[in-house]
Design a protein around this ligand. Structure first.
Ligand code: NAG
Ligand code: NAG
Ligand code: NAG
Length: 400
């Protein structure tokens, strides 16, 4: 009797927390093909640490129809089904499907959004997949309207709004969630979005508040500095590439805070320095630095890969930019900007201060899921969960 009462009380408490902050986790499903400890399949997802989990990515064809990008994995090996079955472990989890991403480019999306018939095709084909596999919603990851290989240029902005509007109308008939994942800083976002208009129709706007500096620059810089850093003194505020300036832009342009989701990177950006005697922020660089053993791409390291490197090689020096609230690490000519448990904690606290909707993660498969580095399994996701729990606004806290 007492046990039943406690269980009821507990689930009531959980229900209260359930209406609070979101943790929207992107999952890069191709990680199932990574070697060794880098391999991450649906069975490795902890379904209790995210409120929403997003399957990356589906694509589209030239008619605008949504299609699987890896037919063998998504359909053949039942990965869509296994993914949405995560709800059987945690009924509160909302598995979603994302379309787009970097590799899809912009051209097909620009054509689709500009053509009423193709838009309809896009919406109805997305709906088919969503209802078939019982996804809880859909995420628009067009990278990006009016940029890269766009076809219709500046018209993309209003056509994207139109797409989002039509899609929301259709989704409301089925109680589905609609989100978009968007470029963050003003210089990029202002080219792509009518912020107030899309914010009206989306349930959540996931801010890609990272990739602010990387090996494409000629000097070192933070991937996702929270605030103005040590070496940003001379830069006017509106030109600063920082998380807080990006958030302020989206809020100012009319995205309601309760819809804005702060993106945090579970990866770092790497640089090659020009000189071992100039190793700070804004030091001259010479292209991309190291890559990781699993992700295998220069200029980029997963948190799981980099924390292992820091542990195994004592020649790394870790420094902290206390103004920007992020660490960076130096080893000879190698320079790496990344996020660690402390910087992730600061960002979650910042999102709470601003009363944003919650946190988005790119992406869970590069968390330290095997506790290689001693921070516990799912080191970074657990930090997010801990901070929300401490502030009584976690959706649910439960160990696997
Ligand atoms: C999906 O689950 C089925 C049944 O457990 C399993 O046989 C299959 O290998 C899984 N697919 C993937 C891609 O792991
Ligand atoms: C795309 O945007 C342009 C510019 O706003 C507009 O002229 C055109 O009608 C739009 N296409 C559709 C189908 O809405
Ligand atoms: C953004 O969309 C709103 C609502 O559709 C419209 O009134 C406004 O003119 C648009 N802004 C721009 C700059 O096009």
């Amino acid at each position: 009797m007492k046990g039943i009462f406690l269980a009821a009380l507990l689930s009531a408490l959980i229900a209260v927390y359930a209406s609070e902050k979101v943790v929207i986790c992107y999952y890069g499903t191709w990680a199932v093909n990574r070697p060794g400890l880098g391999k991450f399949g649906v069975e490795d997802v902890n379904p209790y640490l995210c409120s929403h989990i997003i399957y990356a990515f589906a694509g589209i064809n030239s008619d605008g129809a949504v299609i699987p990008l890896d037919v063998e994995l998504d359909f053949g090996k039942d990965n869509y089904r296994n993914f949405t079955d995560l709800k059987k472990k945690n009924p509160n989890l909302k598995p979603m499907l994302a379309v787009g991403g970097w590799n899809e480019g912009s051209a097909k999306y620009s054509e689709m959004a500009a053509d009423p018939a193709k838009r309809q095709n896009f919406i109805l084909s997305a709906l088919d997949i969503i209802l078939d596999f019982q996804f809880a919603g859909f995420d628009l990851g067009w990278e990006y309207p009016n940029r890269r290989d766009t076809v219709h240029g500046v018209d993309d902005i209003e056509n994207f709004t139109q797409l989002v509007k039509e899609m929301r109308e259709e989704f409301d008939k089925h109680g589905l969630i609609l989100t978009a994942t968007v470029s963050a800083v003003e210089a990029a976002a202002a080219q792509s979005y009518n912020v107030s208009a899309i914010s009206t129709y989306l349930h959540y706007v996931n801010l890609m508040s990272y990739d602010m500096h990387g090996s494409w620059d000629s000097v070192t810089g933070h991937n996702a500095g929270l605030h103005k850093g040590d070496s940003d003194e001379a830069i006017p505020r509106e030109q600063l590439l920082t998380v807080d300036v990006a958030v302020e832009y989206w809020l100012r342009e009319g995205c309601p805070p309760e819809k804005l989701v702060l993106g945090v990177p579970f990866y770092g950006r790497t640089f090659k320095l020009q000189s071992e005697s100039n190793t700070g922020v804004r030091a001259p660089t010479d292209g991309a630095g190291i890559g990781g053993p699993y992700t295998g791409e220069v200029g980029y390291v997963g948190y799981n890969e980099f924390c292992a490197m820091l542990r195994s090689d004592p020649s790394w020096t870790i420094r902290r930019d206390f103004l920007a609230n992020v660490p960076y690490a130096v080893n000879g000519l190698n320079w790496v900007s990344y996020d660690d448990p402390e910087s992730i904690r600061d960002k979650v606290e910042y999102a709470l201060e601003k009363d944003l909707a919650g946190i988005m993660v790119w992406s869970i498969e590069t968390d330290d899921i095997h506790n290689i580095c001693g921070g516990g399994v799912y080191t970074l996701l657990n930090v997010i969960s801990d901070v929300l729990y401490e502030n009584s606004c976690h959706f649910k806290r439960q160990e696997l």
